[in-house]
Structure formats: structure tokens, C-alpha cells
Design a protein around this ligand. Structure first.
Ligand code: PGA
Length: 264
């Protein structure tokens, strides 16, 4: 695992966006196969998406041959609801880039058969040959996608029940009323994410510091599902200074030294 540390979320987001763009361009240079990208929602990726939009508009990268799958969606929230992840992704990314609409995949939280929807999602991912890169965030409770504490680290896309913690945290998007936050979601599993060739996780701000400490220095544990990244051969966590505020000084120095040595 690598931990990239930048002074603030703006610098970290630019690093992440340019890393994603580099990977898209590298694949395009060697094959006509599409780039398979996992995407997340939340406050954290917004600046990364803004930088990707800037790069697309400047002709520095293209999403024409990118196929994306989002990691999760609320159950029962109308697609057009401003807080659906479908709406979020179009507002903050898809409406501004050149990814063809047919390449965009977002779980349907209103599907008549939610289990069948999840199974079909896994099949669609498998049919592409699998993710090249999965971009994720991290919850204050260490969740990756909506894989709350004690989700199996072998989990796949399925219906999940949100914890009270997550519903309280997300109530800021629902008039600060947790009763408006859906109780269930569809979410890719931990293994769906870690099955990607590369995983890039963003974590900004002091509220993520405990989860980052658990993910980086704690044991691999279903208690902090993002800790599964420790077993991944190509996992990167991109943080601002605040998010690494609870890791040991020696760990901090180690990650900084690796970065300096590799000039990431
Ligand atoms: P946030 O959510 O980016 O809004 O903090 C991240 C997450 O819950 O995974």
C-alpha cells in the first residue's frame, strides 16, 4: 500500500485526477480495449472530478473509451432525486465529459428485483474483463463503498443496510434529517473493489483520521473494511495532512520517504 500525502485536498485531488488520466492514456497507447473505471460519490471526489473535467475540456484526456461502474446507490430514492448517486454523478462528472452514455453504469436502487440487479451488475463488470482502476472514498467508520463494519471482505455487489452512523453522516445532504436518508443501498462488495487491478482511495479532513489509522496501521479486519486494501498489490490512499493526523510519526515519515524516492 502507498499513502500519498498532500498539503490539502485541492493538491491531493489534482494528484488523483492526473493519476487516473495517466492510467487512461497509458492503456489507450497500448490497446484499443476500453479502460474500466470504478467511481464513487460523496464530498471527497468532487475536486478530483473537477480536475478531470478540466483535463477533458483541455483535450488532455478523453473518456470516449472509458466504461465506468459506480460503487453504490440508495434503495428506493427516485433516480431524479437530487441526492441520488445517479444525479450526483451527472452533476459533478458525466454531464461535463465525453464518456458515452451507454458506457455509464450505476446500480438501479429502484429495480423490481434488487438481488437480480446486483447479480447482473457483477456479471456486467466481469464481462468487461474487470476494473483497471477503482476510485473510492472512505467512510468515517472505515467503510469502502457501503461496506459497513463487519461486511465480509469477500463480499460482492448486494443489498446492504446502512448503519445509523452513516445515515447520520449523510443526513447533511437530506435537510439534516436522518429519517430522510434511505435505510438500504445497493453496493459493490469489498471483493468487487479489491478485484480491480489498481485501487485509489481518497481521504480528506480530520474526520477521516481514525479510519485512515485503522486502514493503514490496524489489522486487516472487517471492522474497517477499507483495511482489505492491505492485501492488494496496487493500493494507493491519497490523503491531505488532516486525514493522516492519527497515524504514527514513523509511518508518516515512511510514506513521505517512499514518495520522495519514487518521485510520485
Ligand atoms: P464523503 O463520503 O466523501 O462524503 O466523506 C465518503 C464515503 O462515505 O465513502
Amino acid at each position: 500500500m502507498k499513502v500519498i500525502i498532500r498539503n490539502n485536498s485541492a493538491e491531493a485531488s489534482v494528484w488523483a485526477a492526473r493519476h487516473i488520466a495517466d492510467r487512461i492514456r497509458e492503456k489507450a497507447a497500448r490497446t484499443s480495449e476500453p479502460f474500466i473505471l470504478g467511481l464513487c460519490t460523496g464530498s471527497t471526489p468532487i475536486e478530483t472530478y473537477a480536475e478531470l473535467i478540466r483535463m477533458v475540456k483541455a483535450g488532455e484526456v478523453s473518456f470516449k473509451n472509458v466504461i465506468s461502474f459506480n460503487m453504490d446507490e440508495y434503495v428506493g430514492l427516485p433516480k431524479a432525486h437530487p441526492e441520488s448517486y445517479w444525479s450526483f454523478m451527472h452533476k459533478y462528472l458525466f454531464d461535463h465529459i465525453d464518456e458515452p452514455a451507454e458506457n455509464i453504469h450505476i446500480l438501479n436502487g429502484n429495480a423490481p428485483d434488487l438481488d437480480a440487479e446486483c447479480a447482473a451488475y457483477e456479471e456486467a463488470i466481469a464481462a468487461t474483463g474487470g476494473f483497471d482502476l477503482f476510485l473510492g472514498g472512505i467512510g468515517e467508520d472505515g467503510h469502502i463503498a457501503f461496506n459497513e463494519p463487519f461486511s465480509s471482505l469477500n463480499s460482492r455487489t448486494r443489498v446492504v443496510t446502512l448503519t445509523e452512523d452513516t445515515r447520520i453522516v449523510n443526513s447533511r445532504f437530506f435537510d439534516n434529517d436522518m429519517n430522510q436518508v434511505p435505510r438500504q443501498a445497493l453496493s459493490v462488495g469489498v471483493a468487487t473493489v479489491t478485484g480491480s487491478k489498481e485501487v485509489v482511495i481518497l481521504a480528506f479532513g480530520p474526520k477521516k483520521a481514525r479510519a485512515i489509522r485503522d486502514a493503514v496501521e490496524g489489522p486487516v479486519s472487517h471492522y474497517c473494511t477499507v483495511s482489505a486494501l492491505q492485501l492488494h498489490p496496487d493500493g494507493i490512499i491519497v490523503c491531505d495532512e488532516a486525514a493522516v493526523g492519527e497515524i504514527k510519526l514513523n509511518s508518516y515519515k515512511y510514506f513521505k520517504a517512499v514518495e520522495e524516492a519514487e518521485k510520485l
